[in-house]
Design a protein around this ligand. Structure first.
Ligand code: ADE
Length: 245
């Protein structure tokens, strides 16, 4: 079972992940174990201070190194005690962009320590001494790392074997084959004057597969040409794209 340690000043936020949907079911099925640690527990002063003003001045507050380092060190030790090699990741707009490939690599890690930071940042010495890697969920700034940690965890957990009801549904998602997902239809056969494409009613599995692949290719070319440029086309894909030109 994947062991996940999260360090956050707002551990209650993680009920969004643990109490709902696929990520909740995966936890009930013991596909992962999540341990939340509040660095405030590691403060020594009466006010339980977790942040302070930046050296050099300027706006905003900086998360203190000591409580964070203590929380991360304990989390790592818990994983090491289970024989795991922990990987410590800080979610930050400075990090490398999260991608499907990265998610697939991380789902193989048996022990993860995820640091969600608040305020203007974290004392650099924590990052220098205890963090293996920084990851960003996109080029915009959120008020804290909790949502980014949950974005990362949701993406990982749904890839764990047994997390999805239909074993194949992660196989067909966007990005899995480097393409966007094809359009989906269910009943009724006509809605708002729009009919379900004929081929999907045909029962002809091979034709349906080809139509879906073609739709994926056309959508990707229209909306995310960068994805198409990043990978070679198979002969079949080139034919399916060519057909439309
Ligand atoms: N923390 C704040 N903004 C973030 C982002 N875009 N990605 C990861 N962590 C963050």
């Amino acid at each position: 079972m994947m062991q996940i340690e999260v360090i956050s000043l707002f551990p209650e936020m993680f009920s969004a992940l643990t109490e709902h949907g696929i990520t909740s079911r995966a936890r009930q099925r013991s596909l992962y174990q999540l341990t939340l640690t509040n660095p405030r527990q590691y403060t020594q002063d009466v006010h339980h201070t977790v942040d302070d003003r930046p050296y050099g001045g300027g706006p905003g507050m900086v998360m203190l190194a000591e409580p964070l380092a203590a929380a991360i060190t304990d989390a790592k030790a818990r994983l090491q005690a289970k024989g795991l090699v922990p990987r410590v990741i800080h979610l930050s707009p400075r990090g490398q962009a999260l991608t499907h490939a990265k998610v697939m690599a991380l789902k193989e890690c048996s022990g993860l320590v995820l640091l969600a930071s608040r305020y203007e940042g974290v004392d650099q010495r924590v990052l220098d001494t205890l963090v293996d890697e920084e990851l960003s969920i996109g080029d915009y700034v959120l008020s804290g790392g909790e949502l980014p940690v949950m974005v990362l965890l949701d993406a990982i957990i749904r890839q764990l074997p047994g997390a999805l009801g239909d074993a194949d549904s992660a196989q067909e998602d966007s990005f899995v084959n480097g393409l966007l997902d094809y359009p989906h239809y269910t009943r009724p056969e006509e809605f708002a004057g729009l009919k379900v494409p004929e081929v999907l009613l045909s029962g002809h599995h091979e034709k349906i597969r080809q139509w879906r692949l073609q739709q994926s290719l056309l959508l990707t070319r229209a909306k995310r040409p960068d994805l198409l440029a990043a990978r070679p086309l198979t002969k079949e894909e080139a034919r399916l794209l060519g057909k439309q030109e």
